[in-house]
Ligand binder design. Sequence first.
Ligand code: NAP
Length: 525
Amino acid sequence: MTLNGNLLIGAQEVGATAGSMKALNPATNLEIEPSFAFGDIAEVDRAARLADDAFDSYNNTSLEVRAALLERIADGLDAITPELAQRASLETGLPVAQLEGEAAKTATQLRQFATVVRQGRFRQATIDPAQPARQPRPRMDHRMQKIALGPIAIFGASNFPISYSVAGGDTASALAAGCPVILKAHNGHPGTSELMGRVIRQAVKDSGLHEGVFSLVRGGGNAIGEALVDHPLIKGVTFTGSEGGGMALFRRAQLRPDPIPVFTEMTSVNPTFVLPAALFARGREIGDGFTERMLVTAGQACLKPAILLAIDGIGYSELKQAMIARVEAMQSRTMLTPGISTAYRKNVDRQLGAGAERIAAGGKPLGPWDGQSFLFEIDGSRMLDEPSLSEEVFGPAALLVRVKDVEQMIAIARQFRGQLSATMQIDRADHALAARLLPVLERRTGRIVINAFAHPQEVSYASIHGGPFPATSDGRFTSVGMSSIERFLRPVCYQGFPDELLPEALKHDNPRGIWRLTDGELSKA
Ligand code: NAP
């Protein structure tokens, strides 16, 4: 597929109206062809108007047509996977094999959402039939279903350039819900973004849908992103990135005359709590496993396990030595962008400034934007005094916390801000202590893992990739997994409707045979 760097506004190709950029290969620090257009507010306006024009017809497509769109996008991704992974590798420094895996996961996710659409349960069809004889007052027929929110602006993430980007989970779940999408491409991988954008655009065309169902915009600076959040025809936003960027956009959306939801996924250190019996039995294994996961993708993952807390005692020294060995054996690796690499170095210095002791270092940087791996250690009492030590260091660094006793471990757990995940490493003899820690963790995270390490998200019905602030801006929702569709839906009640006017999901004879809650009972009747 040929890249021309244009913006994709519906079916139209739009060249640069506000400057342009070239992708940077972070491994060589050299620019890569071609130039990619920057748009301005006028392109956002065109894309938003097209998305609004598309909304009624797209929201009312049959579930089959919508599911087929998602499958066409998945097929299109499969067809370009080698090219997509090559380009993404050039633009991010990530290995081709890893990116091919990301592409496969992204296509699988789109197909899973096609199943969700066909099942129709996302509608949450609910029926309270009329009770004309009810005393003291008859009840009218009430029916409820969820419909799409409206056009959605999606900010592609930098760190998973395929699965959290243009055709990633946010786009798949928004399209599944019936929302047209305007994608703000991340400038860290513009060619990768264009390749996926063209696949989606072709799938929209092949499905016979309105061109406004998908647009891709790009800009330099904040103007494009701000214009998207401000645009009156945009009805929701998703974002994955920094806390500063996410909260700036969140606050902006709340200042609109008509505030809209902004679902941000921002920062998490995914703490691991090693309880005493587990430490005694398998300290070395736990230290090794934690550090292996921490170093994956040079630590540039939202689920990176970044902080390990263990009570000083038998097994601690084995755990620490295993962590040191893994870090020292690690060569430096190219980080995603110069900005992320620079921020990493600054945050490593912040850890040192806050009193953490550097106990291991990996190979020295070889390339300009390489990240060197580090392991820090700190006493539990110092951790309690210095909350900045619990902040994210986005990159290949971790903090080992030497905790005095159980009370101190629970006190530190209480001090953590909201997290995407938390892990407990336990043996049978730890269960009573784990039960004490559990309610503390439940209040602080969307996912609790036992005897494993936070891992690139399993995409399934029960997956949750969310948590209290600042992991996300709204801990009631997930950005990964089948229930992520709920971000893009809102309920509508239809009262006293004749069957002819009812939406398909609520008609008397349930033509699609979907599960519905009728008078409080689940059935397909
Ligand atoms: P970012 O700087 O927050 O940018 C993400 C996207 O939002 C980009 O498209 C950016 O546009 C846009 N944006 C950011 N602030 C904006 C604002 N005030 N107004 C309008 N648009 C705005 O994130 P990043 O570039 O991916 O990485 C920077 C840092 O974010 C990392 O060092 C890391 O700490 C954190 N991060 C965390 C995670 C995680 O999952 N925990 C994932 C990725 C990044 P421009 O590029 O055009 O500015």
